[in-house]
Design a protein around this ligand. Sequence first.
Ligand SMILES: [Fe+2]
Length: 497
Amino acid sequence: MNRRDFVKALGLAGCGALAPSFSLKALAEPPLSFYQEFNLKIKDYPILRAWEGLTADIVPRRFTWQGKLPEALNGKTFYRNGPARVVLANQRYTHWFDGDGFVHRYAFDPKGLTHSGKFVRTKKFIEETNANRFLYNGAGSVIANSKHSKSAEAVNTANISLLPVNNELWALWEAAMPYKVDPITLATERQVSLEPVLDGMPFSAHPHADSQGHLWNFGDLSFFGQSKLIIYQLTSQGKLTRYAMVDAPQSYVHDFAVTDNYLIFYFPPITKRRGDTLISSMTWHGNNEGEMLVIDKNTLTPVLRTPFDAGFVFHFGNAWQEDNHLTINACWYKNADIMLKDVKMVTEEKMGKHDRSTAAQIRIDLTQKTAYLDNSTTPMEFVQFDSRFAAKATQIQYGVHASKHAAHGEYNSIASINTQSGKVDSYNFGDNFITEEPLFVPDGSKQGEGYLVNTGLDFVSGHTYCCVFDALHIADGPVAQVKLDSYMPLGFHGAIV
Ligand SMILES: [Fe+2]
């Protein structure tokens, strides 16, 4: 906000009698901090409530379903993680990704749900709580007089996703190891150690279970300036089976895809150099190509490296192999603005302008050693699928979606897309909503039979909703929903157990 806007915000614009003396005074005023600017803007732009954040844990509260909870969801617990502590001692992070992780718990029963939430007590959270200020630069936020972080662990916010494993719940970041939280109380227990030699290594927020019952994940060592990925294979109980290092470009990788035989990575044309933050260290090279990497799961060695379109991917969906062809579902961005520019805590100038990703398929021919992009115009992010059909040819995927009339740059709908026919089954919550990742719960035996559970924020009325949809009839609207008594910050990923 410039000085003129600030005067306007105070209701003094056009006040001739006061203007000269105010102008002189205003000239002496220091510029507004981002904290002050945000507090002014949120009054005129309630969409900013999505990033306002939380200041305390939430004790369990009861809410009653409107509609009828399907039997398949009775007794289920839905968790979601996301950045929530974004303000400390009048300092506000400027970037969405930087808030400390907060885990929500929604415990379902036939009459209603019980909602609670807790911050993950990471080393960073505790150190900064004790100091009563943010101490370290974030992925995109610069903190005045910040401390140098000696390791990624010092700035681990555990704020991206959750992995239920072995009756435990792990809160995941992507550049360090997860934290275990109690699935009932959400109390932070301790950091996960897969093996002492791997403590401090990056562990991405997107582990994937394969059809053989293994868990796979990776860590991007370019966070530490190395041109390598570390690949992890774990049991379904979260025990490390083996790991290996693979040469990789220094880029940015958030997620990957898994088939019966292969792990597939996409590296957008991004380079890293020294910078104050992760994001300021990255440069997009739109005239260069990206790279696809296919790794053999048996040998943990690359079988294909091939140039690919310049673009950006946060999230991959299902992937499968037919003969020597791989198909990978992805949410495709035309460039890396979403990472490098657009999710910097939004201002009204940015609203409605950021690019949404579209549902795409990447097809790889392992014989010809080629790959091509089959993109669509259907907006989709936070892609999900029926995990009973992991690594099998599937047609249906789910995600957040945007109606044609969405007035801002976020997503206001959830949808399924049939990637063969292009048919979209969507429910539009309205332009005052931002929708969050829908999770699929199977009920039945055929692909797509089941329910979607998601949360959505009505940023104008100031309420978060938890909704259940019949996944085969999304356009019919929620079969059950709960309206919370307040609004929750926009989160990332979740899990249902
Ligand atoms: Fe993610």
